[in-house]
Design a protein around this ligand. Structure first.
Ligand code: NBG
Length: 804
């Protein structure tokens, strides 16, 4: 398609779809028409790839995930279809700017953080690698909350991403699937029949996922909940309007909002309802397609492999059993064989509190037949275990049912028993799964466990986010942009690490990216960014284990020392410390940390003497769109979780690929990043995972650490003195006392080594050639972290056809 053709289609779409001409078009009209123009291209490709699914030789991959953190769509679709320049030229010929139009696109924030973003990267790689796949999830009306700061405190606003419609979505109400809930189970010992009490419709809302320069467009199918009947007319006519729409309200609540507050029993039931809702609708979809192609259910595992993204979709395991047993009349053994060969489970955590358990008094009333099936699976499993010689202690600890403090289903155990393969998301994480969290399962079924280290898509996080670096790479490697599909080619940059012209160009790109970030922050947040300072970035969800507190304590020490004349300002490497973080609405300590960071930012940034040397930028509402501007500008990437707590991290990979150096612990994928980039190009500090275990065993007393470290004490005492909260000196008492007397994630224990390591960072940065060399080597050596490689690993380690 040439620019004239594109312009023509665009104006036609504007007229036919929006009923406006160029002169009367609003922003939303322009955005919508542009999206539809590009979407039409994708649909044409989609129809050729998915015309006849039954002839596809590969297994179809079904990715089940409660979260997809997609980011904006238009620029990515243009990149994939190689239409960016055409669109730019076409719009310019109409007096419009592509960048203007796309910069106002609203991102669907249907995820919380890394797990949801990983799912989006995987969808991109599946399509790019031309693997037939469908992503299944929930089309939340409201995604992750929009964060605002009021007096430095986090406030949550609803994320109204659908306010102006979603031009990328194709919804099919006519293809709704019915999902059943509640009720009871009838029948005798041999035939059981679920008699549900409620029914809701699941409407498929499809998003096309284009592969980069590939012939494949896959589908992301998100389910939206609707009532089976709009309202009860009899009740309506009697005048009780609220009651007349009650069923509708109930149904629509299911896909209303991402992760509703789960501290109340009502909230928990809703969460489980969401999980079952999308698992059931997705399985219905998969089975219908399989049967329509004329295949037997016995061949399901040959045709489809289902990847469970964490435990959120694990209720799909008993649901498939139910369908095979109750609806299709298969024997238990056959149904179990099919189920167990179809599912795979990816675990994304090591924190015990993040391993989901569903109390029987929540699961039973909602899914009575599923609970029976879970008990039956457990019965068979525990029998096998006992036959293998396991003692009762072992049987109890491996059971799918936990007895204390309340009887509950352990979803990670159900997932492990019901899957062919279980994987962790980085080498260290997979190892810890095998040796601690799921150790007993790993010794019972050693072959079931494997590792697939996470990855990120270079299309979004290099080509789109860092176009200047992308074109420098293309110019330097002389392979066109082939490297975007074969990221190991970045290795070729090593040949240029001593080339002065390349070094200068690389440095200029970094500087330009800082200028671009500065413009974004000025417009978006009214924040002024010092583009001549080192940009030191920590962006991720706010959680104690990630240790934003460690970062801010060190900033406070530096500030206090500068103020007290303990540091000669003339020797200081100027830094801007950038934070982006949302806290879960009910997570008190996390919210206090946000407040403290904002308070310190206010003090530092208002201090004319200090600001040129040390300042903080903390824009609210960090999201994928902001990440795309912030990451390419970063010099230093903070990956400072307590060793053994961050399963992998994916932000760490995005930074390294964009030429930031990491300061980090030996945690998650940091371990692999350091191995690849080399110890000279990575700032390592802190306890190792075995150190952490030992220290906890020996008894950890943070107060003693505080007493023994003058610098740490200086930071904490400065907070306690009210330096950042003059009108309320005790404002941060809860944080301070948690550090001193609890410090579950041992920020204090790692403080001294972290401070030492930050000095090494300053020394390295003081030599710009040395720093740039390390930055280039980070880019050159981290091609491994392409999500294309992760998907290939899934193909060889997880998605192989079962052998009979
Ligand atoms: C997160 C981990 C990260 C990891 C992502 C993606 C959950 C439960 N886990 O370390 O904390 O990078 O998953 O695997 O969100």
């Amino acid at each position: 398609m040439d620019a004239t053709h594109f312009a023509d289609r665009f104006t036609t779409t504007l007229r036919h779809l929006r009923g406006v001409d160029l002169h009367s078009a609003s922003d939303v009209d322009l955005r919508t028409a542009l999206a539809h123009t590009v979407r039409a291209e994708l649909i044409d490709t989609w129809q050729t790839t998915h015309g006849n699914p039954s002839t596809t030789p590969q297994r179809h991959v079904a990715y089940l995930s409660a979260e997809y953190l997609l980011g904006t769509q238009t620029r990515n679709a243009l990149l994939a279809t190689e239409l960016t320049d055409t669109a730019r030229e076409a719009l310019a010929s109409l007096g419009l700017s592509l960048d203007d139009i796309t910069s106002r696109e609203v991102e669907p924030g249907l995820g919380n953080g890394g797990l949801g973003r990983l799912a989006a990267c995987f969808m991109d790689s599946l399509a790019t690698l031309e693997i037939p796949a469908t992503g299944y999830g929930i089309r939340y009306d409201y995604g992750i909350f929009r964060q605002t700061f009021q007096d430095g405190n986090q406030h949550e606003q609803p994320d109204t991403w659908l306010a102006h419609g979603s031009p990328w979505e194709i919804s099919h109400p006519e293809r709704a699937v019915t999902v059943h809930l509640g009720g009871h189970v009838d029948g005798d010992n041999t035939t059981r029949r679920w008699v549900p009490e409620r029914h809701v419709l699941a409407i498929p809302c499809d998003y096309l996922v284009p592969g980069y320069k590939s012939h494949t467009v896959n589908l992301l199918r998100l389910w939206s909940a609707r009532a089976t009947d709009a309202f009860d007319l009899t009740i309506f006519n009697s005048g009780d309007y609220e009651k007349a729409v009650a069923a509708r309200t109930y149904a629509e609540t299911i896909s209303h909002v991402l992760y509703p507050e789960d501290s109340t029993p009502q909230g928990r039931t809703l969460r489980l309802t969401q999980q079952y809702f999308f698992a059931a609708a997705s399985l219905h979809d998969l089975l219908t397609r399989h049967l329509k192609a004329g295949r037997s259910l016995h061949t399901l595992p040959d045709a489809v492999t289902i990847q469970l993204n964490d435990t959120h979709p694990v209720i799909a395991i008993p649901e498939l059993m139910r369908l095979l047993l109750d609806e299709h009349g298969l024997s238990w053994d056959d149904a179990w064989h099919i189920t167990q060969q179809t599912f795979n489970y990816t675990c994304h955590t090591l924190l015990p509190e993040a391993l989901e358990v569903w109390p029987l008094d929540i699961l039973g009333p909602l899914l009575p037949r599923h609970l029976e099936i879970i008990f039956a699976i457990n019965h068979h499993f525990l029998d096998d275990l006992r036959r293998s010689g396991a003692d009762e202690l072992r049987v109890r600890s491996m059971s799918l049912i936990q007895e204390h403090p309340v009887r509950a289903v352990r979803m990670a155990h159900l997932a492990t028993v019901g899957s062919r393969t279980v994987n962790g998301v980085a080498e260290l994480h997979s190892e810890l799964l095998r040796t601690s969290v799921l150790a007993q399962f790993a010794s019972y079924w050693p072959d079931r466990f494997t590792n697939v280290t996470n990855g990120v898509t270079p299309r979004r996080f290099l080509a789109l986010a860092n176009p200047e670096l992308a074109s420098l790479i293309s110019d330097t490697l002389n392979v066109g942009d082939r490297w975007l599909k074969d990221l190991d080619l970045l290795r070729g940059l090593e040949d240029h690490v001593d080339d002065p012209a390349f070094i200068a160009a690389f440095r200029e790109v970094k500087h330009n990216n800082k200028e671009r970030l500065a413009r974004t922050l000025a417009n978006r947040d009214g924040i002024e960014l010092n583009t001549n300072a080192m940009l030191d970035v920590m962006v991720k969800r706010l959680h104690e284990y990630k240790r934003q507190s460690l970062r801010i304590l060190h900033v406070i020490t530096q500030y206090a020392k500068m103020k007290n004349g303990l540091i000669d300002l003339a020797t200081v490497t100027p830094r801007t410390v950038f934070f982006g973080a949302k806290a879960a609405p009910g997570y008190r300590l996390a919210k206090e940390t946000i407040s403290l960071i904002n308070a310190v930012a206010t003090t530092l940034n208002a201090d004319d003497e200090i600001r040129p040397y040390l300042s903080i930028a903390f824009p609210a509402n960090y999201n994928v769109t902001l990440a795309e501007t912030a990451i390419p500008a970063a010099d230093l990437s903070e990956q400072i979780s307590l060793a053994g707590k961050e399963a992998s991290g994916t932000g760490n990979m995005k930074f390294a690929l964009n030429g930031a150096l990491t300061i980090g612990t030996l945690d998650g994928a940091n371990v692999e990043i350091r191995e690849l980039v080399g110890p000279d190009n990575f700032f390592l500090f802190g306890m190792t995972e075995p150190d952490v275990v030992q220290r906890q065993r020996d008894g950890y007393h943070p107060h003693t650490v505080y007493e023994q470290s003058a610098d740490l004490a200086l930071a904490i005492d400065t907070i306690s003195s009210g330096a950042f909260s003059p009108s309320e000196p005790g404002r941060y008492e809860s944080l301070v006392s948690d550090w001193l007397w609890n410090d579950r994630f041992m920020a204090l224990a790692d403080y001294e080594d972290y401070a030492r390591c930050q000095e090494a960072v300053d020394r390295h940065y003081a030599n710009p050639d040395q720093w740039t060399r390390s930055a280039i080597l980070n880019v050159a050596r981290t091609g491994f972290f392409s999500s294309d490689r992760s998907i290939r690993d899934y193909q060889t380690r997880v998605w192989q056809r079962p052998t009979k």
